[in-house]
Design a protein around this ligand. Structure first.
Ligand SMILES: [Zn+2]
Length: 463
Protein backbone atom coordinates (compact mmCIF):
# COMPACT_ATOMS: atom_id res chain seq x y z
CA UNK A 1 0.00 0.00 0.00
CA UNK A 2 1.18 3.47 -0.87
CA UNK A 3 1.19 4.78 2.70
CA UNK A 4 3.81 2.27 3.80
CA UNK A 5 6.64 4.16 2.10
CA UNK A 6 7.26 7.85 1.99
CA UNK A 7 6.25 9.41 -1.26
CA UNK A 8 8.62 11.52 -3.30
CA UNK A 9 6.31 14.49 -2.74
CA UNK A 10 6.41 14.10 1.03
CA UNK A 11 10.21 13.86 0.97
CA UNK A 12 10.43 17.04 -1.12
CA UNK A 13 8.27 18.99 1.33
CA UNK A 14 10.35 17.70 4.21
CA UNK A 15 13.59 18.88 2.62
CA UNK A 16 12.07 22.31 2.05
CA UNK A 17 11.74 22.88 5.82
CA UNK A 18 14.18 25.47 7.16
CA UNK A 19 17.10 23.96 9.02
CA UNK A 20 16.45 25.17 12.58
CA UNK A 21 18.12 23.86 15.71
CA UNK A 22 15.66 22.15 17.99
CA UNK A 23 17.74 22.29 21.15
CA UNK A 24 15.98 25.32 22.65
CA UNK A 25 12.55 23.99 21.84
CA UNK A 26 13.39 20.62 23.35
CA UNK A 27 14.52 22.42 26.52
CA UNK A 28 11.26 24.37 26.53
CA UNK A 29 9.29 21.14 26.14
CA UNK A 30 11.14 19.58 29.07
CA UNK A 31 10.55 22.67 31.19
CA UNK A 32 6.82 22.64 30.34
CA UNK A 33 6.59 18.90 31.00
CA UNK A 34 8.33 19.26 34.37
CA UNK A 35 5.92 22.02 35.38
CA UNK A 36 2.96 20.03 34.03
CA UNK A 37 3.74 17.05 36.28
CA UNK A 38 3.57 19.29 39.38
CA UNK A 39 -0.12 20.01 38.72
CA UNK A 40 -2.27 17.27 40.26
CA UNK A 41 -4.73 17.17 37.37
CA UNK A 42 -6.95 14.49 38.89
CA UNK A 43 -10.57 14.70 40.01
CA UNK A 44 -10.87 16.35 43.44
CA UNK A 45 -10.53 13.61 46.04
CA UNK A 46 -8.68 12.30 49.05
CA UNK A 47 -5.29 13.50 47.75
CA UNK A 48 -6.38 17.08 47.09
CA UNK A 49 -8.17 19.38 44.69
CA UNK A 50 -8.21 19.06 40.90
CA UNK A 51 -5.51 21.39 39.54
CA UNK A 52 -6.49 21.07 35.87
CA UNK A 53 -7.76 24.70 35.75
CA UNK A 54 -4.39 25.90 37.09
CA UNK A 55 -2.55 23.78 34.53
CA UNK A 56 -4.76 25.26 31.79
CA UNK A 57 -3.81 28.74 33.00
CA UNK A 58 -0.15 27.76 32.91
CA UNK A 59 -0.54 26.67 29.27
CA UNK A 60 -2.29 29.94 28.46
CA UNK A 61 0.59 31.92 30.02
CA UNK A 62 3.10 30.06 27.85
CA UNK A 63 1.24 31.00 24.67
CA UNK A 64 0.72 34.62 25.72
CA UNK A 65 4.45 34.90 26.48
CA UNK A 66 5.07 33.66 22.94
CA UNK A 67 2.96 36.51 21.51
CA UNK A 68 -0.37 34.79 21.03
CA UNK A 69 -3.17 37.21 21.95
CA UNK A 70 -4.87 36.34 25.25
CA UNK A 71 -8.20 36.74 23.47
CA UNK A 72 -7.37 33.68 21.32
CA UNK A 73 -7.33 31.44 24.38
CA UNK A 74 -10.36 30.21 26.29
CA UNK A 75 -10.53 28.16 29.44
CA UNK A 76 -14.04 26.82 29.95
CA UNK A 77 -14.69 25.56 33.51
CA UNK A 78 -16.70 22.32 33.67
CA UNK A 79 -17.29 20.85 37.12
CA UNK A 80 -13.96 20.84 38.99
CA UNK A 81 -12.00 20.69 35.73
CA UNK A 82 -11.70 22.74 32.53
CA UNK A 83 -11.46 22.58 28.75
CA UNK A 84 -8.68 24.55 27.03
CA UNK A 85 -8.88 26.10 23.57
CA UNK A 86 -6.30 28.19 21.74
CA UNK A 87 -6.88 29.39 18.19
CA UNK A 88 -4.09 30.30 15.78
CA UNK A 89 -5.90 32.07 12.97
CA UNK A 90 -4.97 30.82 9.53
CA UNK A 91 -4.41 33.18 6.58
CA UNK A 92 -6.93 31.42 4.33
CA UNK A 93 -10.45 31.60 5.80
CA UNK A 94 -11.75 29.25 3.10
CA UNK A 95 -9.89 26.35 4.77
CA UNK A 96 -11.58 24.59 7.67
CA UNK A 97 -9.44 24.42 10.84
CA UNK A 98 -7.38 21.49 12.03
CA UNK A 99 -7.72 20.65 15.74
CA UNK A 100 -4.84 19.28 17.79
CA UNK A 101 -6.26 17.47 20.79
CA UNK A 102 -4.85 15.90 23.94
CA UNK A 103 -5.77 15.69 27.60
CA UNK A 104 -4.56 17.66 30.60
CA UNK A 105 -5.88 15.27 33.26
CA UNK A 106 -4.06 12.16 34.45
CA UNK A 107 -4.96 8.90 36.14
CA UNK A 108 -5.03 9.06 39.95
CA UNK A 109 -1.74 8.24 41.68
CA UNK A 110 -1.37 7.37 45.36
CA UNK A 111 2.04 8.73 46.49
CA UNK A 112 2.30 5.87 49.04
CA UNK A 113 2.54 3.37 46.15
CA UNK A 114 5.20 5.21 44.16
CA UNK A 115 8.98 4.98 44.53
CA UNK A 116 9.21 8.70 43.66
CA UNK A 117 6.47 11.25 44.35
CA UNK A 118 4.11 11.07 41.33
CA UNK A 119 3.61 14.85 41.21
CA UNK A 120 7.27 15.82 41.51
CA UNK A 121 9.20 15.60 38.23
CA UNK A 122 12.38 13.55 38.64
CA UNK A 123 15.00 13.35 35.88
CA UNK A 124 17.13 10.24 36.16
CA UNK A 125 19.10 8.02 33.74
CA UNK A 126 17.65 9.63 30.62
CA UNK A 127 14.04 9.55 31.80
CA UNK A 128 11.64 12.02 33.34
CA UNK A 129 9.46 10.30 35.94
CA UNK A 130 6.04 11.44 37.13
CA UNK A 131 2.32 10.87 36.65
CA UNK A 132 1.47 12.13 33.16
CA UNK A 133 5.11 12.20 32.04
CA UNK A 134 3.86 10.16 29.08
CA UNK A 135 0.05 10.11 29.18
CA UNK A 136 -0.59 12.78 28.02
CA UNK A 137 1.52 15.66 29.30
CA UNK A 138 4.40 14.58 27.03
CA UNK A 139 2.17 15.03 24.01
CA UNK A 140 0.83 18.38 25.23
CA UNK A 141 4.28 19.74 26.11
CA UNK A 142 5.75 18.70 22.75
CA UNK A 143 2.81 20.20 20.83
CA UNK A 144 3.04 23.43 22.85
CA UNK A 145 6.80 23.72 22.27
CA UNK A 146 6.26 23.14 18.55
CA UNK A 147 3.54 25.78 18.27
CA UNK A 148 5.72 28.30 20.11
CA UNK A 149 8.73 27.44 17.94
CA UNK A 150 6.74 27.89 14.72
CA UNK A 151 5.29 31.18 15.96
CA UNK A 152 8.71 32.53 16.91
CA UNK A 153 10.15 31.48 13.56
CA UNK A 154 7.55 33.74 11.91
CA UNK A 155 5.65 30.87 10.32
CA UNK A 156 1.98 31.51 9.57
CA UNK A 157 -0.53 28.68 9.03
CA UNK A 158 -2.90 28.94 6.05
CA UNK A 159 -5.39 26.68 7.82
CA UNK A 160 -6.46 27.76 11.32
CA UNK A 161 -4.90 25.58 14.04
CA UNK A 162 -7.00 24.95 17.15
CA UNK A 163 -5.47 23.46 20.28
CA UNK A 164 -8.31 21.72 22.14
CA UNK A 165 -7.19 20.07 25.37
CA UNK A 166 -9.65 18.16 27.52
CA UNK A 167 -9.70 17.99 31.31
CA UNK A 168 -11.35 14.64 32.09
CA UNK A 169 -10.37 12.17 29.37
CA UNK A 170 -9.49 9.55 31.96
CA UNK A 171 -12.91 9.79 33.63
CA UNK A 172 -16.22 11.19 32.35
CA UNK A 173 -15.11 13.04 29.17
CA UNK A 174 -17.57 15.89 29.78
CA UNK A 175 -14.86 18.35 28.65
CA UNK A 176 -14.26 16.26 25.54
CA UNK A 177 -17.96 16.33 24.62
CA UNK A 178 -17.87 20.10 25.13
CA UNK A 179 -14.79 20.51 22.93
CA UNK A 180 -16.14 18.27 20.16
CA UNK A 181 -19.35 20.33 20.00
CA UNK A 182 -17.48 23.62 20.23
CA UNK A 183 -15.15 22.64 17.38
CA UNK A 184 -17.51 20.56 15.25
CA UNK A 185 -16.60 22.73 12.23
CA UNK A 186 -13.03 21.41 11.96
CA UNK A 187 -11.75 19.56 8.91
CA UNK A 188 -9.95 16.92 10.93
CA UNK A 189 -8.45 16.17 14.33
CA UNK A 190 -4.89 15.16 15.17
CA UNK A 191 -4.73 13.51 18.60
CA UNK A 192 -1.44 13.67 20.52
CA UNK A 193 -2.81 10.91 22.78
CA UNK A 194 -2.90 7.98 20.39
CA UNK A 195 -0.72 6.41 17.75
CA UNK A 196 3.05 6.40 18.21
CA UNK A 197 6.07 4.26 17.65
CA UNK A 198 7.36 1.02 19.10
CA UNK A 199 11.00 0.24 19.85
CA UNK A 200 12.52 -3.17 20.44
CA UNK A 201 14.66 -3.95 23.49
CA UNK A 202 17.76 -2.61 21.68
CA UNK A 203 15.93 0.72 21.02
CA UNK A 204 15.48 -0.03 17.31
CA UNK A 205 12.17 1.14 15.83
CA UNK A 206 9.83 -1.68 14.79
CA UNK A 207 6.67 0.08 13.64
CA UNK A 208 4.70 3.32 13.80
CA UNK A 209 0.98 3.00 14.54
CA UNK A 210 -1.35 5.56 12.98
CA UNK A 211 -4.50 5.22 15.04
CA UNK A 212 -7.59 5.57 12.87
CA UNK A 213 -10.25 3.88 14.97
CA UNK A 214 -11.11 2.67 18.45
CA UNK A 215 -13.35 -0.04 19.76
CA UNK A 216 -16.27 1.13 21.86
CA UNK A 217 -15.97 0.31 25.53
CA UNK A 218 -19.24 -0.84 27.13
CA UNK A 219 -20.17 -2.49 30.43
CA UNK A 220 -23.40 -4.43 30.97
CA UNK A 221 -24.91 -5.98 34.08
CA UNK A 222 -26.67 -9.33 33.80
CA UNK A 223 -29.06 -9.77 36.73
CA UNK A 224 -31.29 -12.65 37.79
CA UNK A 225 -33.67 -12.28 40.73
CA UNK A 226 -35.86 -14.81 42.52
CA UNK A 227 -38.01 -15.11 45.65
CA UNK A 228 -35.31 -17.22 47.32
CA UNK A 229 -36.14 -19.62 50.13
CA UNK A 230 -34.57 -22.27 52.32
CA UNK A 231 -31.55 -24.03 50.82
CA UNK A 232 -32.90 -27.38 52.00
CA UNK A 233 -35.58 -27.10 49.29
CA UNK A 234 -33.70 -26.18 46.05
CA UNK A 235 -35.71 -24.80 43.12
CA UNK A 236 -35.17 -24.46 39.38
CA UNK A 237 -35.32 -20.67 39.78
CA UNK A 238 -31.94 -20.45 41.57
CA UNK A 239 -30.43 -17.23 40.11
CA UNK A 240 -26.84 -18.47 40.43
CA UNK A 241 -27.46 -21.42 38.10
CA UNK A 242 -29.54 -19.41 35.64
CA UNK A 243 -26.91 -16.68 35.48
CA UNK A 244 -23.95 -19.03 35.14
CA UNK A 245 -25.72 -21.03 32.42
CA UNK A 246 -26.22 -17.80 30.49
CA UNK A 247 -22.60 -16.80 31.02
CA UNK A 248 -21.48 -20.20 29.76
CA UNK A 249 -23.43 -19.63 26.55
CA UNK A 250 -21.73 -16.24 26.22
CA UNK A 251 -18.33 -17.89 26.71
CA UNK A 252 -19.15 -20.40 23.97
CA UNK A 253 -20.17 -17.69 21.54
CA UNK A 254 -17.86 -15.97 19.05
CA UNK A 255 -19.01 -12.63 17.64
CA UNK A 256 -18.86 -12.31 13.84
CA UNK A 257 -15.55 -11.34 12.25
CA UNK A 258 -15.48 -8.10 10.28
CA UNK A 259 -12.58 -6.04 8.91
CA UNK A 260 -12.66 -2.43 7.75
CA UNK A 261 -10.12 -0.17 6.01
CA UNK A 262 -8.11 0.32 9.21
CA UNK A 263 -7.87 -3.33 10.27
CA UNK A 264 -7.28 -4.50 6.69
CA UNK A 265 -4.43 -1.99 6.50
CA UNK A 266 -3.16 -3.25 9.85
CA UNK A 267 -3.05 -6.91 8.77
CA UNK A 268 -1.59 -6.05 5.37
CA UNK A 269 1.31 -4.26 7.07
CA UNK A 270 1.65 -6.71 9.96
CA UNK A 271 1.95 -9.61 7.49
CA UNK A 272 5.24 -8.08 6.32
CA UNK A 273 6.80 -8.83 9.70
CA UNK A 274 4.92 -11.94 10.86
CA UNK A 275 6.00 -15.62 10.83
CA UNK A 276 5.12 -17.29 7.49
CA UNK A 277 2.06 -19.19 8.77
CA UNK A 278 0.61 -16.13 10.52
CA UNK A 279 1.48 -13.87 7.59
CA UNK A 280 -0.38 -16.20 5.21
CA UNK A 281 -3.42 -16.19 7.51
CA UNK A 282 -3.34 -12.39 7.71
CA UNK A 283 -3.25 -12.07 3.92
CA UNK A 284 -6.03 -14.65 3.53
CA UNK A 285 -8.17 -12.73 6.04
CA UNK A 286 -7.61 -9.44 4.18
CA UNK A 287 -8.75 -11.15 0.98
CA UNK A 288 -11.80 -12.70 2.67
CA UNK A 289 -12.71 -11.81 6.24
CA UNK A 290 -14.93 -14.89 6.49
CA UNK A 291 -12.02 -17.30 5.78
CA UNK A 292 -12.53 -19.68 8.72
CA UNK A 293 -9.08 -21.30 8.46
CA UNK A 294 -7.39 -17.92 8.60
CA UNK A 295 -9.56 -16.84 11.53
CA UNK A 296 -8.77 -20.05 13.44
CA UNK A 297 -5.03 -19.57 12.84
CA UNK A 298 -5.06 -15.94 14.00
CA UNK A 299 -7.12 -16.71 17.09
CA UNK A 300 -4.95 -19.67 18.04
CA UNK A 301 -1.62 -17.97 17.32
CA UNK A 302 -1.25 -14.60 18.88
CA UNK A 303 -3.75 -12.26 20.36
CA UNK A 304 -5.75 -11.17 17.34
CA UNK A 305 -9.30 -11.91 18.57
CA UNK A 306 -9.79 -8.30 19.66
CA UNK A 307 -8.70 -6.96 16.27
CA UNK A 308 -11.14 -8.99 14.20
CA UNK A 309 -14.36 -9.01 16.21
CA UNK A 310 -16.38 -7.54 19.05
CA UNK A 311 -15.54 -9.28 22.32
CA UNK A 312 -17.62 -9.54 25.49
CA UNK A 313 -16.37 -11.22 28.63
CA UNK A 314 -17.51 -11.55 32.23
CA UNK A 315 -15.37 -9.47 34.59
CA UNK A 316 -17.24 -9.45 37.94
CA UNK A 317 -19.79 -11.60 39.69
CA UNK A 318 -21.78 -11.43 42.91
CA UNK A 319 -24.83 -13.19 44.33
CA UNK A 320 -26.50 -14.79 47.30
CA UNK A 321 -26.74 -13.54 50.86
CA UNK A 322 -26.41 -16.55 53.20
CA UNK A 323 -24.81 -20.00 53.06
CA UNK A 324 -28.11 -21.67 54.00
CA UNK A 325 -30.50 -19.64 51.83
CA UNK A 326 -31.48 -19.83 48.18
CA UNK A 327 -30.11 -16.70 46.50
CA UNK A 328 -32.53 -13.87 45.74
CA UNK A 329 -30.15 -12.32 43.26
CA UNK A 330 -27.09 -13.06 41.15
CA UNK A 331 -25.38 -10.46 39.02
CA UNK A 332 -22.46 -10.45 36.61
CA UNK A 333 -20.71 -7.55 34.90
CA UNK A 334 -19.76 -8.13 31.28
CA UNK A 335 -17.25 -5.87 29.55
CA UNK A 336 -17.51 -5.53 25.78
CA UNK A 337 -15.09 -4.02 23.27
CA UNK A 338 -17.28 -3.31 20.28
CA UNK A 339 -16.13 -2.91 16.67
CA UNK A 340 -16.49 0.62 15.28
CA UNK A 341 -19.85 1.22 13.65
CA UNK A 342 -21.81 -1.17 15.90
CA UNK A 343 -24.09 0.41 18.52
CA UNK A 344 -23.99 -0.49 22.20
CA UNK A 345 -27.79 -1.05 22.10
CA UNK A 346 -27.38 -3.60 19.30
CA UNK A 347 -24.84 -5.46 21.43
CA UNK A 348 -27.21 -5.39 24.42
CA UNK A 349 -29.90 -7.03 22.30
CA UNK A 350 -27.40 -9.53 20.96
CA UNK A 351 -26.28 -10.43 24.50
CA UNK A 352 -29.92 -11.13 25.38
CA UNK A 353 -30.13 -13.55 22.45
CA UNK A 354 -26.83 -15.20 23.31
CA UNK A 355 -27.70 -15.89 26.97
CA UNK A 356 -31.03 -17.28 25.67
CA UNK A 357 -32.90 -16.67 28.92
CA UNK A 358 -35.35 -13.80 29.26
CA UNK A 359 -35.15 -13.97 33.09
CA UNK A 360 -31.59 -12.62 32.76
CA UNK A 361 -32.11 -8.87 32.75
CA UNK A 362 -29.42 -7.00 30.82
CA UNK A 363 -28.65 -3.33 31.36
CA UNK A 364 -25.92 -1.14 29.92
CA UNK A 365 -23.98 0.88 32.49
CA UNK A 366 -23.26 4.52 31.71
CA UNK A 367 -19.48 4.73 31.31
CA UNK A 368 -19.53 7.92 29.26
CA UNK A 369 -18.52 6.07 26.11
CA UNK A 370 -20.36 6.17 22.81
CA UNK A 371 -20.02 4.35 19.51
CA UNK A 372 -17.91 6.07 16.86
CA UNK A 373 -17.03 5.11 13.29
CA UNK A 374 -13.53 4.48 11.93
CA UNK A 375 -11.84 7.45 10.30
CA UNK A 376 -10.98 7.09 6.61
CA UNK A 377 -7.25 6.84 5.84
CA UNK A 378 -7.00 10.26 4.22
CA UNK A 379 -4.10 10.65 1.82
CA UNK A 380 -3.08 14.05 3.23
CA UNK A 381 -2.89 12.68 6.78
CA UNK A 382 -1.03 9.53 5.74
CA UNK A 383 1.46 11.61 3.71
CA UNK A 384 2.06 14.04 6.59
CA UNK A 385 2.48 11.28 9.18
CA UNK A 386 4.79 9.37 6.84
CA UNK A 387 6.97 12.45 6.33
CA UNK A 388 7.02 13.13 10.08
CA UNK A 389 7.96 9.57 11.05
CA UNK A 390 10.49 9.18 8.23
CA UNK A 391 12.26 12.39 9.27
CA UNK A 392 13.31 10.37 12.33
CA UNK A 393 13.33 6.79 11.04
CA UNK A 394 13.51 6.63 7.22
CA UNK A 395 11.49 3.77 5.69
CA UNK A 396 9.84 2.72 8.95
CA UNK A 397 6.48 1.01 8.31
CA UNK A 398 3.44 3.19 9.08
CA UNK A 399 0.69 0.84 10.16
CA UNK A 400 -2.96 1.84 10.58
CA UNK A 401 -4.32 0.75 13.94
CA UNK A 402 -7.54 0.34 15.87
CA UNK A 403 -7.14 0.65 19.62
CA UNK A 404 -8.97 -1.47 22.13
CA UNK A 405 -10.26 1.44 24.20
CA UNK A 406 -11.45 4.98 23.79
CA UNK A 407 -9.60 8.30 23.71
CA UNK A 408 -10.94 11.82 23.18
CA UNK A 409 -11.07 11.05 19.44
CA UNK A 410 -14.29 9.11 20.10
CA UNK A 411 -16.40 12.23 20.63
CA UNK A 412 -15.11 13.87 17.44
CA UNK A 413 -15.52 10.73 15.32
CA UNK A 414 -19.04 10.31 16.68
CA UNK A 415 -19.85 13.73 15.16
CA UNK A 416 -18.46 12.59 11.80
CA UNK A 417 -15.11 14.39 12.17
CA UNK A 418 -12.15 12.24 11.15
CA UNK A 419 -9.63 11.93 13.98
CA UNK A 420 -6.17 10.38 13.97
CA UNK A 421 -3.87 9.30 16.79
CA UNK A 422 -0.52 10.65 15.59
CA UNK A 423 1.56 10.91 18.76
CA UNK A 424 5.30 11.41 18.46
CA UNK A 425 6.50 9.19 21.30
CA UNK A 426 8.50 6.04 20.55
CA UNK A 427 8.74 3.58 23.44
CA UNK A 428 9.97 0.11 24.30
CA UNK A 429 7.26 -2.00 25.90
CA UNK A 430 9.46 -2.30 29.01
CA UNK A 431 9.39 1.50 29.38
CA UNK A 432 5.60 1.78 29.15
CA UNK A 433 4.02 2.49 32.52
CA UNK A 434 1.13 4.74 31.48
CA UNK A 435 -1.66 4.55 34.08
CA UNK A 436 0.71 2.48 36.26
CA UNK A 437 3.40 3.12 38.84
CA UNK A 438 6.56 5.04 37.99
CA UNK A 439 5.32 6.34 34.63
CA UNK A 440 8.32 7.72 32.73
CA UNK A 441 9.27 9.26 29.40
CA UNK A 442 12.63 8.64 27.71
CA UNK A 443 14.02 12.16 27.28
CA UNK A 444 15.32 11.42 23.80
CA UNK A 445 11.69 11.73 22.61
CA UNK A 446 11.54 15.50 23.08
CA UNK A 447 13.64 16.91 20.24
CA UNK A 448 12.44 14.43 17.59
CA UNK A 449 8.88 14.93 18.85
CA UNK A 450 9.10 18.61 17.97
CA UNK A 451 10.30 17.74 14.46
CA UNK A 452 7.40 15.28 14.19
CA UNK A 453 4.74 17.86 15.06
CA UNK A 454 6.44 20.60 13.06
CA UNK A 455 6.27 18.41 9.98
CA UNK A 456 2.65 17.43 10.65
CA UNK A 457 1.51 21.02 11.16
CA UNK A 458 3.47 22.46 8.27
CA UNK A 459 1.95 19.90 5.93
CA UNK A 460 -1.64 19.83 7.21
CA UNK A 461 -2.01 23.55 7.95
CA UNK A 462 -0.30 24.76 4.77
CA UNK A 463 -3.11 23.56 2.49
ZN1 LIG B 1 -4.22 9.28 27.47
Amino acid sequence: MSFLKSTAAAAAILMALPAVSHAQSADAALEMLSRAITYRTVKTGEFGPNQTPQYANFLKDQLVAADFPASAIQIDPIGDTAAFTATWQGSDPSLKPVAIIGHMDVVEADPADWERDPFTPVIENGYIFGRGSVDNKAGLSIVMATIIKLKQAGWQPKRTIILAFSGDEETGMATTRHLAQKHSNVELVLNADGGGGSLDTQHNPTVYSLQGSEKTYADYTLTVTDAGGHSSRPTAGNPIYRLTAGLQRLNDYAFPVSLDEITRGYFTAAAERAQPEIAAAMRALVANDQDQTAIATLVANGNYTGTIRTTCTATMIKGGHAANALPQQAQATVNCRILPGVSTAAIRDQLQEIVADTTIKIEQLDTGTIAAPSSPLREDVVAAVTAAVHSRYPDLAIVPSMSAGATDSMHFRALGIPAYGVGSVFMRSEDSFSHGLNERLPLDNLAPGITHWETLLQQIASK
